[in-house]
Design a protein around this ligand. Structure first.
Ligand SMILES: O=P(O)(O)OC[C@H]1O[C@H](O[C@H]2O[C@H](CO)[C@@H](O)[C@H](O)[C@H]2O)[C@H](O)[C@@H](O)[C@@H]1O
Length: 439
């Protein structure tokens, strides 16, 4: 059943057909062979389907012409942390006769598959890359991108447009605010050393921290992010939450890796470093990665104390595969380290059950704000590592995440903000609400 919306002009008609075609293709894949393709493809499909309007999905779901799956299924990429994209998985062909064909491939070495999977992830973790890819196909003009973003916002409403709702939910509750740094408080820039925060943003963060307990939770080393933010009114968690400096609270934080320390102002604090035993290993792999990637123009390796970032933002795309291979080779000697993907960055970190979500729980406990119905934690972040925090809040049904993104992304957040400038408006609005006693 392929019903077209009535009274549409030519341009809208073309757009509708494109979206409809895309959703139908995906639905055929979903309805027949999802289990054969593995969780990463499942995620991919979920993401694409979230763009469609419910009316279109209803039309499509009523189509029972099941396709036939032939060929071999691609490798399950989920264990490599592959992110979904808006496009069909490479190698999957949708034939006009509704027969889904996955081409047979020559047997390949596992290593080759791994590096090409890494490459896929590197490409899909770059929103600008995805945008270029769409436009180069001439299938999706900018208006269509806008339509996609608009549809996405139905699922992740703007935290500014929904501000009144947020305030109503927060009435009578104590808010705790968690802020990611790069891409949230400072715009993404080519040189990670130059990701400074504007004075206006600094003032907004300082202001909000006067009314609401506020912590920065970053992938950067704690020292580095403190250098950028420079506000003593906040709590800081660096290295994706593996280095937390929080308040001292009697009877809490009795974790084995928690020690009393003093901050830069001489105040007594709790220092929690669950990955401290990895320090020599991280230092070693940092030096190896600097060495192995030095021949690749634009590559930059950053030591984030308990994790290492390998940046490829300034590397020509034709060398991305080489970077992936080098990092993969180096990691082979370190089974206790793993890799995650960020925004044009490969993140090497300890195999440890600790992430930004755990850091948020830890800080809430330190602040005496855990297990309390009258606390509303809000986490604002833009990256995949922030998803761990969004998930903790969503699953615990205790607060919510706000995803900062100018492109549609599947997320565990509840709300969205387009970019750091909207984050700043949101922070200022919280202050106004606090001052006017609306909160
Ligand atoms: O958790 P975050 O505070 O968001 O830190 C994540 C990574 O952010 C930085 O890299 C990103 O921002 C850079 C500056 O805009 C950009 O050049 C880079 O491409 C991005 O990936 C930081 O340099 C990394 O160490 C952090 O892990």
């Amino acid at each position: 059943m392929n019903r077209c919306p009535p009274n549409t002009d030519k341009k809208a008609l073309k757009r509708w057909f494109f979206i409809d075609k895309r959703v139908r293709q995906i639905f055929f894949l979903k309805s027949t062979s999802l289990h054969l393709l593995g969780p990463s493809v499942n995620h991919h499909i979920f993401e694409v389907i979230s763009f469609s309007t419910s009316t279109k999905l209803m039309d499509i779901k009523s189509n029972h012409n099941a396709p036939v799956l032939t060929g071999t299924a691609p490798m399950n990429k989920s264990r490599l942390g592959i992110h979904s994209s808006l496009y069909s998985p490479p190698g999957v062909v949708f034939s006009p006769g509704r027969i889904l064909t996955i081409p047979r491939r020559k047997p390949v070495k596992l290593d080759d598959v791994w590096s090409s999977s890494w490459l896929d992830a590197m490409k899909s973790s770059s929103p600008t890359h995805r945008k270029k890819a769409k436009n180069s196909g001439n299938e999706m003009a900018s208006t269509d991108t806008d339509v996609a973003y608009h549809n996405w916002m139905l699922k992740y409403p703007s935290a500014l447009a929904s501000f009144e709702q947020i305030i109503n939910n927060a009435k009578g509750k104590r808010i705790a605010l968690f802020l990611d740094y790069d891409g949230t408080l400072s715009p993404i820039v080519d040189n990670p050393d130059c990701a400074v925060m504007s004075n206006a943003m600094r003032a907004a963060v300082k202001n909000v921290a006067q009314y609401i307990p506020t912590a920065i939770v970053s992938g950067r080393s704690r020292d580095k992010v403190y250098e950028f933010v420079g506000l003593k009114e906040l709590y800081y968690a660096g290295s994706h939450g593996m280095d937390i400096m929080g308040p001292v609270r009697q009877g809490s934080n009795d974790h084995p890796n928690c020690i009393r320390s003093t901050d830069k102002q001489g105040k007594e604090v709790n220092l929690f470093q669950p990955a401290s035993e990895f320090l020599p290993m991280i230092d070693k792999i940092y030096r190896s990665l600097v060495e192995t990637t030095k021949s690749i123009e634009g590559a930059k390796v950053e030591n984030n104390k308990f994790c290492v970032s390998v940046h490829y933002r300034n590397v020509d795309e034709k060398h991305w595969k080489t970077i992936a291979q080098y990092v993969q080779e180096t990691l082979k000697d370190y089974p206790r380290l793993r890799l995650t993907h960020g925004r044009k960055v490969l993140e090497v970190r300890p195999v440890l059950d600790w992430d930004k979500g755990k850091a948020v729980e830890f800080l809430l406990e330190s602040l005496g704000l855990s297990n309390s119905d009258d606390v509303l934690p809000i986490y604002v972040g833009d990256d995949r590592t922030d998803e761990d925090a969004f998930k903790v809040l969503r699953d615990g049904n205790c607060g919510f995440g706000i995803l900062v993104s100018s492109v549609p992304k599947e997320s565990k957040a509840f709300y969205s903000l387009r970019d750091p400038s909207e984050v700043m408006v949101f922070l200022k609005s919280l202050v106004v609400a606090k001052k006017s006693s609306s909160l």
